[in-house]
Design a protein around this ligand. Structure first.
Ligand SMILES: Nc1ncnc2c1ncn2[C@@H]1O[C@H](COP(=O)(O)OP(=O)(O)OP(=O)(O)O)[C@@H](O)[C@H]1O
Length: 271
């Protein structure tokens, strides 16, 4: 019998997820995660299943406390899930030891954080090379890749400058270039437009679009921002630790897709 689970209005079949695995960069299957606070156990992820295909730009939205950051932290290998499967490329994360997980974090994942976390004492080029330096792969080939990334993101002219000497938009593009230096399987972005005005948010999203188009990057972004999410191929909405709905952009205009997202969020609030 084919096992299915009803999550809000969405019917999820584990077999649908497995069938699509061939082109998947990330597969999350029936993920559970609880936190223990004193004697109380809080179940935060209650069976999350989702899939991100190679070259897709996917957002996760949902109300505060719905489990978005917890999900991201499990995928990032920062916290262990209680049960379920996370597969990155063709590797199941639960089967890896600490050393292998550290290597996945450094070489196969790229991170973009809300405040970008550039190191003030390093130039733009050195910041971009940082994951390669940490991973022990820095050298002429990586320096060449850093130069290529600077070209892709239009920051070649400022590569010898320090973060204090460049604009906010240039910092954001540097952070996205850094996330791509190791040619990761997946970029994980946690509220990358969270503290930004609309012009700077657009700059971040343009960097992701550029990464997707020029470098076939796969991007998984947690956001509260329907404007940022409306540029994505797909938006996964979490509610109370489960996938409530998945919206596909398809051929819709960005503004129409954003309206659909806002309608869905309003509908969720009425339930
Ligand atoms: N380390 C922890 N220990 C105990 N409870 C936690 C811990 N981290 C998160 N939680 C709880 O788990 C729930 C989900 O948190 P999470 O940060 O994943 O939600 P979120 O959807 O990212 O929220 P937000 O949009 O506000 O960032 C919340 O109720 C939170 O208080």
């Amino acid at each position: 019998m084919v096992e299915t689970e009803r999550r809000g209005e969405q019917l999820i079949s584990p077999f649908t997820i497995r069938e699509r695995k061939e082109s998947s960069m990330l597969t999350v299957h029936n993920l559970h995660k609880s936190y223990q606070v004193g004697k109380t156990t809080y179940e935060v992820l209650k069976g999350v299943s989702l899939e991100v295909g190679k070259g897709e730009f996917v957002a996760v939205m949902g109300p505060s406390g719905s489990g978005k950051t917890t999900l991201l932290n499990c995928i990032s290998c920062y916290i262990p899930a209680d049960s379920g499967e996370i597969t990155l490329g063709n590797r199941q994360l639960a089967k890896l030891d600490e050393t292998a997980l550290a290597s996945v974090r450094n070489k196969q994942l790229g991170f973009v954080f809300q405040d970008f976390l550039l190191l003030d004492g390093l130039t733009v080029q050195q910041n971009i090379l940082l994951p390669a330096i940490i991973g022990g792969t820095a050298g002429p080939a990586m320096e060449q890749r850093a130069d290529q990334l600077c070209q892709v993101f239009g920051i070649s002219a400022i590569r010898e400058k320090y973060p204090a000497e460049i604009s906010g938009g240039e910092k954001q593009r540097t952070a996205v270039a850094r996330a791509l230096i190791n040619n990761p399987l997946l970029i994980l972005a946690d509220e990358p437009t969270g503290n930004l005005d609309s012009k700077s948010s657009r700059a971040v999203i343009s960097s992701f679009e550029q990464a997707k188009q020029s470098l076939e990057a796969t991007i998984f972004m947690v956001t509260h921002d329907s404007f940022a999410a409306s540029f994505c191929d797909r938006v996964i909405i979490l509610q109370d630790g489960v996938v409530w709905r998945v919206l596909e952009k398809g051929t819709l205009a960005r503004t129409t897709f954003q309206d659909q997202l806002l309608d869905a969020i309003r509908e969720m609030g009425r339930e």
